[in-house]
Design a protein around this ligand. Sequence first.
Ligand SMILES: [Cu+2]
Length: 100
Amino acid sequence: MRRIVIAALLAFAASSAIAADHAVEIKGMKFTPASLSVAAGDSITFTNMDAAPHTATAEGGGFDTGRLNKGESATVTVAAGEHAYKCVFHPSMRGSVTAE
Ligand SMILES: [Cu+2]
């Protein structure tokens, strides 16, 4: 019984070390932080605080939150590379994610 508990704890520790979750807030027509460095395989949760709908859509197709209305969030997983992204509704809203 004790061995099973230890194995479960080790599995939890390993998985949390491998994939971290990061947060980007969309507020005032801006992504905050606008640039982010993560590890490949990490996830990023985008949350829209604005009344206007937004997306976080990678130019190269690496990820796309889809439309986020006020108060909504979406979590994407990021592959290795440099991902410039924008809001499809407001293309001047830009951000970038570097995953290594
Ligand atoms: Cu937008």
